[in-house]
Structure formats: C-alpha cells, structure tokens
Ligand binder design. Structure first.
Ligand code: HEM
Length: 374
C-alpha cells in the first residue's frame, strides 16, 4: 500500500473504495443531523434555560423537531449505498461480525423503527402540552435509540476488523475486544456529529432568519431574530466543543491501534488525508470563533465551512478505510471487487441514485414551501 488512498490498488478495488467512501460521507452527514439533533432536543428539554421562551420551544428545537423524521429517512436511504458497497468489499468480515453479534445486531431494526415512530410523536401538537418529565422521557428515549444504533455500527465495525478475535468472541459471547477502543471510537463519532449538525442547522436558521419579518409587537419577530442569533452562537460553541472532543478521542483511539496500522496512517497512503482532516478541523474552529464575534452568521463563511466539513468527512472516511485495509487480505478484496465489476448493473445504480436525488430535492422544496405558507 504505497500510493495515496484509494489509488495503488487494482482499478476495481480503487473504484469501489472511492464510491464507498463518498456514499458513506452522505450517510454520516444526515445521520449526524439525527444523532446530534436528538441529543440537542433532550438537552433543551432537560435544561429549559432562564429566558422567556424555554429552549425546547425556541427556533432551533422547533426546526429540529420538524425536520428530524425527514433527516432520518434521508440517513437510512443514504445508508443503503455504503451497505451495498461494504458487502462487496468486505463480505466475509461484515457478515461474520453480523453473525457473531447475532440478536444484538438484528435489534437495530426494531430500535430504528421505534425511534422513527417517536420522532413523529415528539413533533405532534399533543406532546407540546405534555408535562416536562413526560416530554423529557420521550426525547431521552429517542436520543438513546440513536445512540444505541451508533453503538451497534461501531461494535460491528470493530469486530469485523480483526478476524483473529472471532473464535473467542463466538465461543464466549464477548464481542468487545477493547471497551476503551470502542468507547473512544463511539464518543469520537458522537462528538463529531455536532459540527455537522451545526452547519446544516445554521443553514436552516439562516432560512428562518431571512423569513422573519420585523414586528413591533412585544416578544414578536424581533425577539425571534435575536433568538435565532443566539442559537447560531450556541451552534458555533457546540461545533467547537464537538471538534475538540472528537479530535481528543481520535488521538486516544490512535494509541489503541497496532504500530503497523499507525505506520500506514502516517505513510504515503494516509498522511495527505490525516493532514487534510487536521487542517479542516482547525479551519472550522477558527471560522466558528470568528463568527461568534459577529452579530449574525455570514453565508460566505458558512459555505466555506460546509465545503471544508465535507472534505473532513471524506478524509475521516478514507483514514477509517486505511485502518481496515491494513488488516485485510488485499488479494481477497481485489478478487471480490473484480467479480462485482463483472456483474454490471452500476449504470442502473446511477440511474436510481439520480432518481432518488431528484425525488428528495422535490420533497424538500414541497416541505419548505408548505412551512413558509404556514
Ligand atoms: C440514525 C441511525 C443511524 C446511526 C446513528 C448510524 C451511525 C453510524 C456510525 C456511527 C457509523 C460508523 C461506525 C464506525 O466506523 O465505527 C455508521 C456506519 C455505517 N452505517 Fe450507519 N447509522 C444509522 C443508520 C444506518 C442505516 C439505517 C444504515 C443502512 C441502511 C446504515 C449504514 C451504515 C453503513 C453501511 C456503515 C459503514 C459500516 C462499516 O463500514 O463497517 N446506518 N453508522
């Protein structure tokens, strides 16, 4: 593994690694909105704040409640493509990990279905009249469901990384080789979802701000604009905190890796991505710090950090793959991707991806126009 990832492999393998990373980034972006958004709603319900309007009724919480069911369906739809590619690339590892986890893996589906249903319950008008403990119970249950799903994906990934642990894991039922590595990786993912949420929600708040018509009524729209600007600042603060914690956990996780894996990450295959991830993280922290000084967030800088966030996710997903590739049988991967490429059908995949993208875009436009007509 000499050249920068995903190059330096057989063309089919490089191709499937590249499309896997790009499709996973889409999943992680939308999954971040759901995971961090649910944690934000639980926090806003638990800590209503001292202002006239409790946090759970402020613009950001209202936007998150409105859009989370849509974002979850987007995260699930965007999860299908990487799920296909991970089975082409790492069939043996992925299936074996699923089988060893057994019911602990299968339970992800009922948990996701329950969380999906509860997202519609939490946005209903009836719930807004519930008592605080009842609403808190609901929002904490939703956040726990998504945290559990993230835990399952992380446990499955780590189990698939190391075939030597499978016999013992199957025999003993203990599927976690290192709970420290698991916790560091999971907290890294959870902390890393907040910068992504901050960017998506900032665009939504900007949309809400431009629609906010100034009014003279006491506690009216002008208060709304002030609240929106306060929410922007909160998002900037959690983004900086999330980036800092994610980098700290990533550094901790690095120490749990084998020296041979660390060598690959700082070698020619990984170093450019490592530098890109660190530079993108620093850029985002600096921009958010600058934005915190301003009365409201500037679209040009928000566009800049959106692009840099995508670059950081591509870099993170690439480093994640280098860790897996440095412990995998490359000949086996080359053989399975060569076989998959011979099957064909990729054109059909592209057609349906385009169709899905158009349908999702149309849904967003429809919902937005309905929201603005309200
Ligand atoms: C809101 C629910 C979900 C959350 C919070 C979530 C979270 C995550 C996380 C944290 C990872 C990275 C695991 C790691 O590298 O340690 C991941 C990977 C992944 N997720 Fe999701 N996920 C969700 C739903 C889904 C769904 C419904 C699908 C499929 C339809 C999916 C497909 C994938 C795939 C294919 C990977 C990569 C697996 C691998 O490379 O080993 N996810 N997810």
């Amino acid at each position: 593994m000499g050249r920068i990832f995903p190059f330096g492999f057989e063309s089919h393998l490089s191709f499937y690694l590249a499309v896997y990373v790009l499709t996973l980034v889409m999943h992680v972006f939308l999954m971040s909105y759901v995971l961090a958004g649910s944690l934000w709603l639980a926090w806003a319900t638990l800590f209503p704040g001292g202002g006239l309007i409790p946090r759970a009724k402020q613009p950001l919480a209202a936007i998150l409640r409105d859009w989370m069911p849509f974002a979850l369906s987007g995260a699930i739809t965007a999860g299908v493509a990487p799920l296909l590619f991970v089975q082409i690339l790492y069939r043996h590892q992925f299936y074996t990990a699923n089988l060893i986890l057994g019911w602990r893996w299968m339970v992800v589906i009922p948990v996701l279905v329950t969380a999906f249903y509860l997202l519609y319950v939490v946005k209903s008008r009836t719930v807004s009249h519930w008592s605080v403990p009842a609403r808190l119970g609901l929002s904490v249950s939703i956040a726990s469901c998504f945290l559990f799903v993230a835990f399952c994906w992380t446990a499955n990934h780590l189990l698939g990384l190391n075939p030597t642990t499978w016999p013992e894991a199957y025999r003993s039922g203990n599927t976690v080789r290192s709970s420290v590595a698991l916790m560091l990786r999971l907290v890294m993912w959870v902390a890393g979802t907040f910068p992504a949420l901050s960017i998506l929600a900032s665009w939504q708040l900007r949309g809400a701000e431009t629609c906010a018509v100034p009014s003279t009524t006491a506690g009216g729209e002008s208060d709304r604009t002030t609240l929106i600007r306060l929410e922007h600042r909160r998002l900037g603060t959690v983004s900086i905190a999330g980036l800092t914690l994610a980098f700290a956990c990533a550094t901790g996780y690095w120490t749990t890796l084998e020296p041979s894996v660390q060598t690959q990450l700082v070698g020619s295959i990984g170093l450019p991505w490592l530098l890109m991830v660190v530079a993108s993280g620093l850029f985002q922290v600096i921009v958010w710090l600058l934005q915190l000084q301003r009365p409201c967030i500037c679209s040009r800088w928000l566009s800049a950090i959106t692009i840099v966030m995508v670059m950081m996710l591509i870099g993170t997903a690439s480093l994640r793959e280098i860790v897996r590739l440095s412990q995998a049988d490359l000949d086996q991967l080359a053989a399975s991707t060569r076989a998959a490429a011979a099957v064909g059908g990729f054109e059909l995949f592209i057609v349906f991806t385009m169709l899905n993208a158009v349908l999702i875009f149309w849904c967003i436009r429809m919902v937005r126009s309905a929201v603005h007509r309200r």
